[in-house]
Design a protein around this ligand. Sequence first.
Ligand code: HEC
Length: 99
Amino acid sequence: MSDRLGHDRAEAGARVVDVAESRERPYRGETVFSQKCASCHGAGGAGGGIGPKLIGDPLSLAAAKAQIDNGGSVMPASLVRGGQERDVLAYLATVLAPP
Ligand code: HEC
């Protein structure tokens, strides 16, 4: 009985952490973006002369991920990976338009 309660509490706790985590990702991603992407894509992805404008760009997250992984023209491949890449994609999800 108390085990069950402990288990439920642990699960509820994990969900709270997940929610907090998913809320923070876009903010962390914005910081990563300003450090690694804004030099070409402009502040926040507003367009910067070298890279295309990303705000309002009708691009799927899968296509954005492929671009980040593979690069293209002067954009280097794998500028971000793992958690940083997920953070950047969470940020891009807030600025890209649906494809
Ligand atoms: C050295 C300059 C440069 C940097 C740094 C850079 N990009 Fe790019 N990016 C480009 C260029 C140029 C293109 C267009 C490439 C092409 O046509 O293949 C592009 C294309 C893209 C696209 C595809 C846009 C579309 O509509 O197809 C995405 C998404 C993207 N970049 C995201 C990022 C992210 C996220 C970062 C940081 C991790 C980043 N870029 C860093 C230059 C850059």
